[in-house]
Design a protein around this ligand. Sequence first.
Ligand SMILES: [Zn+2]
Length: 170
Amino acid sequence: MKLPFKPSLMTIRRKPVKWIIIHHTSEMYLQPAAKIDNQIYQINSLNKGVLEMKQADINYHFVIDKIGEDYSAITCRPFVYLCDWDDIDPMINERSLHIALMGDYDIKQPEKRMYEVLAYKLLNPFMKMFGITPAKIKFHRDVSIEDITCPGDLLDLNVIVAQTRRFVLK
Ligand SMILES: [Zn+2]
């Protein structure tokens, strides 16, 4: 499935990146394939959700998806555009990168390898590039005005931070 490009519907990023917000995909994309870990490339199911919800693009900059035996980081919304999160303070959102983990981590136990891929492929490069400390990596629920569980009760921020320390760039 090819999602049409609609850059005119998105807001261009004007401020430097200061925060990284972590999500899981089950919060937005109710397609069953976006909620389970079936080891098939699942971005098509997110694209289908975008078309049904009439959004400009997937509402995350990156998604970590398990394809076959390993996890990959996939570019979704180009990060020169902002994602649209009305429940997050605009002062934070206009300085944020949004990364989502494919699946539902209220019910699925995260694998260690997923944490490693998240840290090595996305978090550490962006922390180095933008001078972001671990304190500025936030779960969606911690910056939202809504009562949500995103990125899921089973995900552990301490494990994420520990993994970023393993791959720290000096
Ligand atoms: Zn979220």
